[in-house]
Write a protein that binds this ligand. Structure first.
Ligand SMILES: Cc1cc2nc3c(=O)[nH]c(=O)nc-3n(C[C@H](O)[C@H](O)[C@H](O)COP(=O)(O)O)c2cc1C
Length: 236
């Protein structure tokens, strides 16, 4: 699906045309609200907003409200997709009883990696997680009760990028609603090596997963903005 909506007066695309004299392909102009000037963020507001997104690893023991999650997904659909394909779907796995087996499968995978490659850096990283699992702490999906695993069509060449951007939008959209997120990279590591784990997620036919994300209500608030390494820029 391409963005072909153009003004018949000037040829500008629908988003930037100053005339409002539009020929729209596939999108009704009524569905494209005007940008409200009073809602535009200042540079400082935008800077703090973007910088205040953090990973949440300690969630309240409270089910994620489906209405709020739907709202977040609604916002994430405005993320760009390659060729404007907009072909992402959203699989939501709910409940500790569904999430704990996924963490267990991941711990089992970690143990296999540790056994096969005891001196590898991954083994050093996995050992404390496996040890904490034995004490009852889930270091994979933490205390999350909800996992989002957006699938994309198997043939999609840009699925990982499209989903990555959509999940980044979801994380940011979650901030003002008091909802916290964390990318589930450890679970993701286990997924290619554990087909049963992926099958248990029940993704739609003809679709594949790219990245899971934990979501829920944070138990604690961050009070400071993070610092990061200075960017390395190669001007050419
Ligand atoms: C692709 C990706 C995978 C990640 N996987 C995990 C994970 O498995 N477990 C975890 O606790 N944090 C995970 N994180 C969170 C990072 O550790 C975190 O973003 C980073 O330390 C910066 O902290 P911040 O998000 O609070 O700003 C992941 C982040 C990304 C972007």
């Amino acid at each position: 699906m391409a963005d072909e909506a153009q003004c018949i007066a000037c040829g500008h695309c629908v988003a930037v045309c100053p005339h409002g004299a539009l020929r729209v392909t596939g999108v009704a102009i009524e569905d494209c609200p005007e940008i409200k000037k009073d809602l535009v963020l200042s540079r400082d507001q935008a800077g703090q907003f973007l910088r205040s997104r953090r990973s949440v690893r300690c969630f309240k023991d409270k089910a994620m409200d489906r209405g709020i999650l739907k709202q977040l997904i609604e916002t994430a659909r405005y993320a760009p997709t390659a060729s404007n394909a907009q072909n992402l779907q959203w699989t939501v796995i709910e409940g500790r009883d569904r999430l704990e087996p996924l963490s267990l499968e991941t711990v089992n995978w970690m143990n296999r990696v540790i056994d096969a490659h005891p001196d590898a850096p991954a083994a050093a990283c996995f050992r404390p997680i496996v040890d904490r699992w034995a004490t009852g702490y889930d270091g994979i999906l933490r205390t999350a009760r909800t996992l989002v695993v957006p699938p994309a069509p198997q043939e999609s060449a840009n699925g990982l990028v499209d989903l990555g951007i959509a999940l980044a939008y979801l994380e940011l959209a979650a901030l003002p609603l008091g909802v916290g997120t964390c990318w589930a990279g450890l679970l993701r590591g286990a997924m290619p090596a554990t087909p049963g784990l992926v099958a248990s997620m029940g993704l739609p036919e003809g679709h594949t997963w790219f990245y899971p994300m934990m979501i829920g209500y944070p138990r604690f608030k961050y009070h400071r903005l993070p610092e990061r390494k200075a960017p390395v820029i190669h001007w050419k």
